[in-house]
Design a protein around this ligand. Structure first.
Ligand code: GDP
Ligand code: MG
Length: 748
C-alpha cells in the first residue's frame, strides 16, 4: 500500500465542529488543538468508531519524535490512518496538537488487537528554535497517562547524539513519568518505549539498541528523582523495543516490506506469556496487559479531558484521584442510563397504584411481582456490567446507592400492593361469607353452619393474601417480609368475622322473634277464643280437662307466653353457640329476645281486644249463656219463659268479663306478671346499638316514667265504658229478638 499524502486543506475535524459524520473524521480527531483546548467531541468520535462499548478491549499508542521525522507517515503506513503529512513541496509543520485515529487496517480475527487508537503528537523542534518546552512536557504527560506504547521516532544518524533533541524529549518523558507514578505507587502499570529508527542504512540494529539503551541509562541516572524514588530503576517503569526501517525514498520497496512487518507486530493481540522487560526478539508482538491503563473505553473521553485539564492548569496530576473522579462521574452516568428502563417498567406501576389510591379503590396489580423482579435484576445487572470496570470502592458505593434508591420505590410499591391485597381481601371475605349465608338461608334457616362458613372463608382468604403478597416479593430484597402485615390481616379478618357474627346473631334473633310472634298469634288467639264460649265460665267442661275459668285467662296467657319464650331462648342459645357467639353476646341476645317477645305479646293482645274482635267475643259469650241452657241445649223461647231474668244474668255475667280483660293481672297474685324480674336487668355487656331498636317497657325501664300498672293496662277506662255501652246495646237487640220469637211461636 502507498501511504496517503494528504494536503492540509482546512477540512480537518477540530474543536467545536458540528454534527458527527464519518467524513468529518477521516483524518481522525484533533484531541488537543494548538491552543491546548481539549476537543469535546472525542466521545462522539469514539462512538462513531464503535470504541465506546469496548470496555477494556482497546489499545492506545502514541508517537513522539522531532518534527518532520516522518512520524505521521509511519503511523499511516502502520495503521492505515490518514494523519496529515507534510507535502514534499511545502516544508511546514502539519501536525498541530495531538491527533487521534482508530486503526484502519483490517483486524481479521481474535488473535489481533481490537480497537487500536493511535495518537500523533506534535513534534517539537522548540529546543532548537529556543521555544519553551511547555507543550512537549504536557503532551508527554498526557501520552504517558493514557498510552500503553510510546513510539519514539528517531533518525539513525541521531542515535548516539546524546545531546540531541530526542534525548531531551526522553528526559522529559522520564521525569514526567516519575512525577506521575510517585502518586501512584500501588499500580504496576508499565509503558513500552518502542524506538523506530528511520533511514536505517548500515549499523546493525543490535548496536543501535545497545547505544540507545546506554544513553537511556545515562539519562535516567542524571535525573533528579523525587524523594522515595531515589533508587528506582528505569526498567521498573519501562519496557523497550527497537526496530529499524530503511530509507523510504531511497529504498521504497524495502521500506514497505519492513513497515508492513512492523505493522503486523502492532496489530497482533496479546500472545503467549511474554515477560515484561526488553524485547529483543524482532518479531514479538508489542502489547502486554501490564501496559493497559485500565480506563474503560466509555470513560476514556471524560478521563482524558480530566487529565488534560489538570495538565493544562499545571496541577499535580494524581492518577488514582482522577480514576476515582472518573468512576464517580461514570457510575452516576451509568446509574442514570440504567434507570431509564427501570423507570419505563416501574413508573406505570406506580401511577396505576396511585390512581387506585386516589380513587379510593386500591387495585391489586397482578403482574407487579414479575415486573419488579425483572426491573430490579435488570437495573443491577446493567449497572454491574458497565460500572464494575471502574474503581472498586466507588463502584461498590454507587451500586449500593442505586440499590437503595431502587429499593425505596420497589418497597413503596410492595407496601401499596399489600395494602390493596389487604383491602380487597377483607372486602371479598365479607362478601363470600354473606353470599354463602344467603345461599344457606334459601335452603332453610338451619341448613347452614355459620361458624364453618366463616372458618373456611377465612382460610381461603388468608391463603389468597399470602399467595398474592408472595407474588409481589422481590427476591433478595431485605424488605420483602410481610409477617407483620399478615398478622394485621388476620386481626382484621377476626374483626370482620365478629361483625358478621353480630349480623348473623341479628338474623337469628329476627327469626326467633318471628317464630315467637307466630306462636303467640296462635296460642293467645286460642285463649281469647275461649271467651267466646260463655259456658267455659260456668258450665262443666265436656272433656274433663282442667276447668278453664275466665278468671285465670291471664295466668294461662302468661304461662303459654313464658313457655313459648323459654323454647325460643333454648333455640337461640343453641344456634348462637354453634357459631361461637360469646356468652356475653348470647346473654344480650336473650335479653333482647325477652323484651321483643313481650312487645309481640302486647301487640297480639291489642289485636285480640280490637273493637270488632272483642265485641264479637262478648256477643258470643253472651249468646252462649242466653241461648243455651245449663246442659248446652238451645232454648226455644216461650211466652212463659223468664226471658228477662235469663237475659239479665247472662248480660251481667258477660259484662264482668270487661274489667277482667282490661288489666293483665294474674289471678294468683291479683297483680301484673313479674315482668321486671322475668326480663331481667340489662346485661353488663349491652351496647347502645343493642338498645337502639328496643321499645321502652313500663315498670322495667324506670326512666321512661311509665309504671308496670300502665304497661299491663289492656283497655283504658274510657274504652271499657264505651265497650260496655255498645255491648249492652247489642245484647238488648238479642233480647228483643228473643222476645219476638217467643210471641211469634204463640201466634203460630
Ligand atoms: P512528521 O512531522 O514527523 O509527522 O513527518 P511527516 O510524516 O509529515 O513527514 C515529513 C516529511 O518526511 C515528508 O515530506 C515525508 O515524505 C518525509 N518522509 C516520510 N517518511 C520518510 C522516511 O522514512 N525517510 C525520509 N527521508 N523521509 C521521509
Ligand atoms: Mg506529523
Amino acid at each position: 500500500p502507498t501511504a496517503p499524502s494528504i494536503m492540509m486543506n482546512g477540512h480537518f475535524a477540530s474543536v467545536g465542529d458540528g454534527p458527527a459524520s464519518r467524513e468529518q473524521y477521516q483524518h481522525g480527531i484533533q484531541v488537543i488543538d494548538e491552543d491546548k483546548n481539549f476537543n469535546p467531541n472525542l466521545s462522539t468520535y469514539l462512538n462513531l468508531e464503535s470504541v465506546i462499548p469496548a470496555g477494556f478491549n482497546y489499545h492506545l499508542i502514541s508517537v513522539f519524535g522531532s518534527q518532520s521525522t516522518g512520524k505521521s507517515t509511519l503511523l499511516n503506513f502502520l495503521f492505515g490512518t490518514h494523519f496529515g503529512v507534510m507535502s514534499e513541496q511545502e516544508r511546514r509543520q502539519t501536525t498541530k496538537g495531538i491527533w487521534m485515529s482508530k486503526n484502519k487496517r483490517a483486524v481479521a480475527n481474535g488473535a489481533m488487537a481490537d480497537n487500536i487508537l493511535v495518537m500523533d503528537v506534535e513534534g517539537t523542534d522548540g529546543r532548537e528554535r529556543g521555544e519553551d518546552q511547555d507543550f512537549e512536557r504536557k503532551a508527554a504527560l498526557f501520552a504517558l497517562a493514557t498510552s500503553e506504547v510510546l513510539i519514539v521516532n528517531v533518525w539513525e544518524h541521531q542515535v548516539g547524539l546524546y545531546q540531541g533533541a530526542n534525548m531531551g524529549l526522553l528526559k522529559t518523558v522520564f521525569e514526567v513519568n516519575l512525577q506521575l507514578f510517585l502518586k501512584d505507587r500501588k499500580t504496576t502499570t508499565r509503558s513500552l518505549l518502542f524506538f523506530v529508527i528511520r533511514d536505517h542504512l548500515a549499523t546493525p540494529l543490535a548496536n543501535l539498541r545497545a547505544t540507545l539503551l546506554q544513553d537511556l541509562s545515562r539519562i535516567w541516572s542524571t535525573l533528579s528523582k523525587p524523594q522515595g524514588l531515589e533508587n528506582s530503576k528505569i526498567d521498573d517503569y519501562f519496557d523497550f523495543a527497537f526496530a529499524a526501517l530503511p530509507h523510504k525514498l531511497l529504498q521504497p520497496e524495502k521500506f514497505e516490506v519492513e513497515v508492513e512487518k512492523l505493522g503486523g507486530r502492532f496489530r497482533e493481540g496479546y500472545k503467549g506469556p511474554r515477560k515484561v522487560g526488553l524485547i529483543e526478539e524482532e518479531s514479538a508482538p508489542v502489547f502486554l496487559p501490564e501496559y493497559h491503563r485500565r480506563i474503560p473505553a466509555d470513560g476514556f473521553p471524560h478521563y482524558a479531558e480530566g487529565i488534560w485539564d489538570q495538565i493544562v492548569n499545571n496541577k499535580d496530576l494524581d492518577l488514582p484521584t482522577q480514576q476515582e473522579l472518573l468512576a464517580q462521574f461514570r457510575c452516576d452516568e451509568i446509574s442514570r442510563e440504567v434507570m431509564v428502563s427501570f423507570d419505563e417498567a416501574i413508573t406505570p406501576q406506580e401511577e396505576k397504584q396511585a390512581e387506585g389510591v386516589r380513587a379510593g379503590k386500591p387495585a391489586v396489580i397482578p403482574e407487579l411481582g414479575e415486573v419488579m423482579n425483572k426491573a430490579r435484576s435488570d437495573v443491577v445487572t446493567n449497572f454491574e456490567r458497565e460500572a464494575s470496570r471502574y474503581h472498586k470502592g466507588v463502584y461498590t458505593r454507587k451500586r449500593a446507592e442505586l440499590e437503595t434508591s431502587v429499593d425505596l420505590r420497589l418497597k413503596a410499591l410492595f407496601q401499596g400492593q399489600i395494602s390493596a391485597v389487604h383491602k380487597s381481601g377483607v372486602h371479598d371475605f365479607s362478601e363470600a361469607v354473606s353470599t354463602a349465608v344467603k345461599a344457606g338461608q334459601k335452603q332453610g334457616a338451619a341448613s347452614y353452619d355459620f361458624a364453618q362458613i366463616v372458618e373456611s372463608e377465612k382460610k381461603k382468604s388468608l391463603a389468597r393474601f399470602e399467595s398474592q403478597v408472595q407474588a409481589a416479593i422481590v427476591e433478595s430484597a431485605p424488605w420483602s417480609s410481610y409477617q407483620q402485615e399478615l398478622k394485621l390481616y388476620q386481626k382484621e379478618l377476626d374483626t370482620v368475622s365478629s361483625r358478621l357474627r353480630k349480623d348473623e346473631m341479628r338474623r337469628l334473633a329476627n327469626r326467633v322473634e318471628r317464630w315467637v310472634r307466630s306462636r303467640l298469634g296462635e296460642s293467645v288467639g286460642l285463649e281469647f277464643n275461649r271467651i267466646g264460649s260463655g259456658r267455659s265460665g260456668s258450665g262443666a267442661p265436656a272433656d274433663g280437662e282442667k276447668p278453664a275459668t275466665e278468671k285465670d285467662l291471664w295466668d294461662r296467657i302468661w304461662n303459654v307466653f313464658t313457655e313459648t319464650v323459654a323454647q325460643a331462648e333454648a333455640r337461640f342459645t343453641e344456634r348462637a353457640r354453634s357459631f361461637d357467639a360469646s356468652p356475653d353476646e348470647v346473654e344480650v341476645g336473650l335479653w333482647r329476645l325477652r323484651r321483643k317477645s313481650w312487645v309481640a305479646l302486647k301487640d297480639q293482645i291489642a289485636e285480640e281486644v280490637m273493637e270488632g274482635n272483642l265485641l264479637l267475643k262478648l256477643r258470643e259469650n253472651f249468646e252462649d249463656k242466653f241461648r243455651y241452657d245449663a246442659t248446652g241445649v238451645p232454648r226455644i223461647w216461650r211466652p212463659t219463659d223468664d226471658i228477662e231474668g235469663i237475659y239479665t244474668t247472662s248480660r251481667e255475667s258477660t259484662l264482668k268479663l270487661l274489667p277482667l280483660l282490661s288489666r293483665f293481672k294474674l289471678s294468683r297474685t291479683s297483680a301484673p306478671p313479674p315482668l321486671d324480674a322475668w326480663i331481667g336487668s340489662p346485661p353488663s355487656s349491652v351496647s347502645s346499638a343493642d338498645e337502639e331498636d328496643l321499645v321502652a317497657i313500663g315498670g322495667v325501664d324506670e326512666e321512661e316514667g311509665k309504671s308496670l300498672e300502665e304497661e299491663t293496662t289492656v283497655l283504658s277506662d274510657a274504652k271499657l265504658q264505651d265497650y260496655g255501652v255498645r255491648f249492652k246495646k247489642m245484647a238488648d237487640g238479642v233480647y228483643v229478638e228473643a222476645k219476638r220469637s217467643a210471641i211469634g211461636a204463640v201466634a203460630q
